[in-house]
Write a protein that binds this ligand. Structure first.
Ligand SMILES: NC(=O)c1ccc[n+]([C@@H]2O[C@H](COP(=O)([O-])OP(=O)(O)OC[C@H]3O[C@@H](n4cnc5c(N)ncnc54)[C@H](OP(=O)(O)O)[C@@H]3O)[C@@H](O)[C@H]2O)c1
Length: 408
């Protein structure tokens, strides 16, 4: 019960952190500097605010900045403010590093000669995973829906993993045709796949959207697209002596408190709810992992399927929570700045999936297969629904009905 509460709290923070389209727009250094300026609260343009601060900190000789100053800041108030801010920041950073950031994966297995596919490898947790696996020597393919973003990410990954073999291939998980084309293209470039990280995802789309094949977008992208992709890549995975399938789930699977088996795609009038659909997609990632491992084990295969919650991370996952056409409430800025202290960076968040993909101790012959990780540890799933093996099998059958047979 305690674990469930902790997981729910983590999901909630994740949800709020989703409010950052902002890793880009708010949390990077130049804008963070801008947040310190009282620019919008009082309608004062930023340049004018900067001028006020300069004036307040200037010497008495030039007419400003002493205790008597009538400007918005005195030297003393500024000093007090800066000291308090530094104290809060210091304490917050201590908490972030000590309790929130999680445990880094320190292993350095030699992955040379291994191949890896990472869906959504152009940003967020996927990109960090691509960087690390490439640094460890794997031949990495990022599978991305947007070619411009993919090429930009490739440059970045190569810069951080000089000499690594990294490529990109088009993949839109919201289209079964695209998933099929990706699998064909991959098969023509490589006959073996050692690591598949099913990482890509969308979260909390406000109104129901449909994939090209008519599935609800979150269930269709996060679960069905990956289910079909894994099925088509199975021949290549089965050729690996120690293959890994890593399904990035979330503690947000708790948002699905039940499964509407007759309406998995939320087609009935009023059935769609953004968070419930996200929760179902993440619950399905967990079911998929368990049902896949059961099948692999029954055939004596050498694939290890794991699933995980990465923690609440500052990525672009919250993109659907913002309406870019609306001006942001100024209170959002300090709130987001504070949230950086209770959330993980992309790099911190990616550590669990990197370990599941690369750690020799979590592969063939280990007890990791079919389990759910939170941080570096196997964790008991907090909900009875997620632990239900019959529901996992039922989801497998329903998924096959929607996207085609999955042979192990
Ligand atoms: N961030 C968190 O706090 C958190 C917490 C729990 C679980 N997770 C899970 O972690 C995974 C990674 O998320 P993230 O936080 O790194 O989010 P992110 O920064 O938004 O990255 C998501 C990636 O998925 C890609 N993607 C979305 N729809 C796609 C589609 N139809 N076809 C192919 N690629 C698609 C995105 O491509 P574009 O760049 O082209 O949009 C992007 O590369 C997700 O499965 C998410 O559910 C995240």
């Amino acid at each position: 019960m305690l674990a469930m509460k902790v997981a729910l709290a983590a999901s909630f923070v994740g949800v709020v952190v989703g409010l950052c389209p902002a890793p880009k727009s708010l949390l990077r250094t130049p804008e963070r500097g801008a947040l310190l300026l009282p620019s919008r609260d009082n309608g004062m343009p930023a340049a004018a605010a900067r001028t006020s601060i300069r004036m307040a900190s200037s010497s008495p000789a030039d007419g400003g900045g002493d205790e008597q100053s009538t400007g918005p800041f005195t030297r003393k108030s500024l000093l007090e403010g800066v000291t308090k801010a530094a104290g809060v920041l210091g304490a917050g950073t201590f908490v972030q590093k000590g309790f929130v950031a999680g445990v880094p994966y320190h292993g350095s297995p030699d992955l040379s000669g291994k191949t890896a596919v990472i869906t959504g490898g152009n940003t967020g947790l996927g990109k960090e995973t691509a960087v690390r696996l490439a640094q460890l020597g794997a031949d990495v393919t990022i599978a991305c829906r947007n070619p411009d973003k993919a090429f930009a990410a490739l440059d970045d990954i190569k810069a951080q993993a000089p000499g690594a073999k990294v490529g990109a291939m088009p993949l839109d998980l919201a289209s079964l045709d695209s998933v099929g084309s990706f699998a064909k293209r991959y098969a023509s470039s490589s006959d073996r796949l050692d690591i598949l990280v099913n990482n890509a995802g969308v979260m909390a789309i406000p109104e129901r959207q449909a994939t090209k094949d008519g599935f609800e977008m979150q269930f269709g992208t996060n679960h069905l697209g990956h289910f079909r992709l894994t099925s088509l890549l199975m021949p290549a995975l089965l050729k690996s002596p120690d293959a890994r399938v890593v399904n990035v789930a979330s503690s947000a699977h708790l948002f699905a408190s039940s499964v509407e088996w007759d309406d998995l795609n939320a087609q009935a009038p009023g059935a769609y709810a953004p968070w419930k659909a996200y929760g179902l997609s993440k619950l399905s990632n967990i079911y998929f992992t368990k049902a896949l491992q059961r099948r692999v084990d029954s055939k004596g295969g050498s694939i290890t399927a794991t699933t995980l919650h990465p923690g609440a991370c500052r990525t672009e996952l919250g993109r659907y929570l913002f309406d870019p056409s609306q001006p942001a409430n100024p209170l959002v800025y300090p709130a987001l700045a504070a949230l950086t202290l209770v959330t993980k960076s992309s790099k911190e968040g990616a550590q669990t999936q990197i370990a599941c993909a690369a750690d020799p101790a979590l592969g063939k012959g280990s007890s990791a297969g079919g389990t759910y990780f939170v941080g570096p540890k196997i964790s008991e799933l907090p909900s009875e629904l997620a632990r239900d093996p019959e529901a996992a099998e039922r989801m497998w059958a329903a998924s096959e009905k929607l996207v085609g047979k999955f042979s192990v």
